[in-house]
Write a protein that binds this ligand. Structure first.
Ligand code: N01
Length: 548
């Protein structure tokens, strides 16, 4: 196809889209290989998801000491986390520190959006167009765009009418927001809403929480990190990280080897209590090994979590409204500090949208079936077009003029979550079909970036110009990922894992559920088998260059 080569403004070896955890590490690895690269980043600085999601209470839900890179002894030596779960500003400072340590910003173009990427079959290169009007030709394209980076648009009637202060958790103002003396509404009670609600309630005159589906949330038990503890972790860091790499969730904590009904009622209760006391996302899910697979076992954990909500929340009607009924863990479990306790405050009202649905957003607030609620500020915490949204937002055109969004019309298909058949030399980071969003993202990101860097090194050292997932390998992988998911309770929930939060999106369970360790082994085996399932070729362009 003709890509309008005359318009090319620059020729590089690789374009990396996104300057979050993935893009920064990819830049480091590709520079090590001697590649000339540019990172194109929509945000005004590094950080990716941590650049945008500045809402009050935003923090990681993986222990900070594990939610960081492991590749650099210098970073490990010089950085110290201050809390068990780092706040968004601290994570952003960490990524700034990484960027500074490796002098990354000179290769990052900020406030620039990739609009399209088209594959040139004759040259085996991508032509990347940006909002700055650049047209960059590059052999490799790495989509480090994040899984939770394309905000969902509020799909509520009248959403454009509100004349007060409209806010989105995923696009929070840099200078923060002062809610003092304000009547505030928040729509959405996923991880973002659940983190923000207690802090907004601390400030607002009154906070109305509009909840459509209640969620399970585990206590964070966040605390400052003791210097001794950090030194202990660092002394054995490589072993700890290797355990994470080979684990299911990308964390160093061993899952249980016991089934729920293998123990007495008292023992089970004690194990759940111990988890609840320990806190964190795996408070209950790590108590027993059949949590995600056995409906009756899962109900035991559900009952425990609902009992906790009823113990914490004083008003029984509010407690009931806050009690989820889906299988616990099948929608992403939230982690909070004082979330359920917040409903005991006099300045907080839960509006249960199942019994009192929103009819419309008005210029001055929200009208539900039973009342008009006047608001000064309205916060949307309504989530993302997850996993595929940021990719589909770019006009990606592969071999034969095929658009990625058309190829994925019935749901995303990848080989290993790393590449898509028909889209040569384009790599995804933690894409659909990989454990990504079910794991400690940083552990998964490092694995993907290392794999991609290894593949590029392999291609370059052998003068291959093209790598592409074969359609057979991709079909088999998609079937494998689906089969694994079907063996769990996950597909039974309406969740963003399945795409069910976005109207019209294909319902396909996107992540690989068999754990980071098994997935890593599979990726390693593919390489050992000579990049099994990938076609590595040398195109005519290079041949012509060599002949000339
Ligand atoms: O988004 P969500 P999120 N009317 O999709 C509601 C990660 N994360 O931004 O469930 C009324 O989970 C929707 O209701 P329902 C983490 O992986 C991590 O909170 O569709 N309500 C739901 O309550 C997480 O899972 C951290 O019925 C509407 C909420 O909005 C992922 O990001 C922190 C609605 C959306 O919840 C996404 O979390 C934050 C409507 N029209 C996020 N539309 C960490 O701790 C949507 N909702 C690291």
């Amino acid at each position: 196809m003709n890509n309008g080569k005359n318009d090319v403004s620059e020729v590089l070896d690789a374009v990396i889209v996104g300057a979050g955890f993935s893009g920064l590490y990819m830049l480091i690895r590709l520079r090590e290989l001697g590649l000339k690269c540019a990172v194109i980043e929509k945000g005004g600085d590094v950080g990716g998801t941590w650049y945008w999601n500045r809402y009050p209470g935003a923090r990681c839900d993986i222990d900070s000491v594990d939610y960081c890179y492991s590749f650099s002894p210098k970073l490990l030596k010089e950085w110290r986390w201050t809390e068990r779960f780092a706040t968004q500003p601290e994570i952003l400072r960490y990524l700034e520190f990484v960027a500074k340590t490796f002098d990354l910003k000179r290769d990052i173009r900020f406030s620039s959006t990739v609009l399209s990427a088209e594959f040139d079959e004759n040259a085996d290169t991508w032509l990347v167009s940006t909002s700055y009007g650049e047209r960059i030709e590059a052999k490799y394209l790495v989509m480090a765009v994040g899984n939770l980076s394309e905000p969902k648009r509020p799909d509520i009637q009248g959403a454009d009418q509100f004349i007060g202060n409209e806010l989105h958790t995923s696009k929070w103002p840099k200078d923060g927001v002062d809610f003092t003396g304000c009547e505030v509404g928040i729509i959405g009670t996923g991880s973002s809403g659940i983190q923000a609600i207690p802090l907004i309630a601390n400030q607002a005159k009154h906070l109305y929480v509009f909840q459509r589906t209640p969620n399970y949330s585990m206590p964070a038990r966040n605390a400052p990190l003791e210097p001794n503890y950090i030194e202990e972790v660092l002394a054995d860091f490589e072993k700890r990280r290797e355990t994470s790499r080979r684990s299911d969730a990308g964390t160093p904590f061993p899952p249980s080897n016991k089934a729920t009904f293998e123990v007495s009622d008292e023992e089970r209760s004690a194990m759940f209590e111990a988890g609840w006391k320990r806190g964190g996302i795996n408070s209950l899910s790590y108590a027993f090994n059949d949590f995600f697979t056995d409906e009756i076992a899962n109900q035991e954990a559900q009952n425990f979590a609902r009992k906790k909500i009823q113990e914490i929340v004083h008003d029984p009607i509010t407690a009931k409204s806050l009690s989820p009924i889906h299988h616990i863990g099948t929608k992403r479990t939230c982690v909070d500090t004082n979330y359920f306790e917040t409903y005991n405050r006099e300045n907080v009202t839960l509006v249960d949208l199942r019994s009192d649905p929103i009819q419309e957003i008005t210029p001055h607030g929200v009208t539900t079936k039973s009342r008009n609620i006047k608001l000064d500020s309205l916060v949307y915490a309504v989530g993302f077009d997850a996993v595929t949204g940021a990719l589909n937002a770019i006009n990606i055109v592969g071999r034969g003029g095929q658009r990625l969004r058309d190829a994925w019309n019935d749901g995303p298909a990848t080989y290993l979550g790393l590449m898509v058949s028909g889209f040569p030399n384009m790599f995804l980071v933690t894409g659909p079909g990989s454990p990504g969003v079910l794991s400690n993202m940083v552990v998964s990101i490092e694995q993907h970036i290392d794999w991609i860097a290894g593949a590029i090194e392999h291609l370059n050292s052998r003068s291959f110009t093209r790598i592409e997932a074969s359609s057979d390998a991709q079909d088999q992988w998609v079937a494998h990922v689906n089969e694994l998911a079907e063996g769990t309770l996950y597909p039974q929930a309406t969740s963003w894992y399945l795409g069910s939060n976005i109207t019209g999106k294909a319902r396909v369970f996107m992540p690989y559920v068999n754990g980071c360790g098994n997935y890593r082994s599979e990726c390693e085996a593919v390489v050992r088998d000579g990049y099994r399932g990938f076609q590595l070729t040398t195109g005519s362009f290079i041949q012509q260059r060599e002949d000339a």
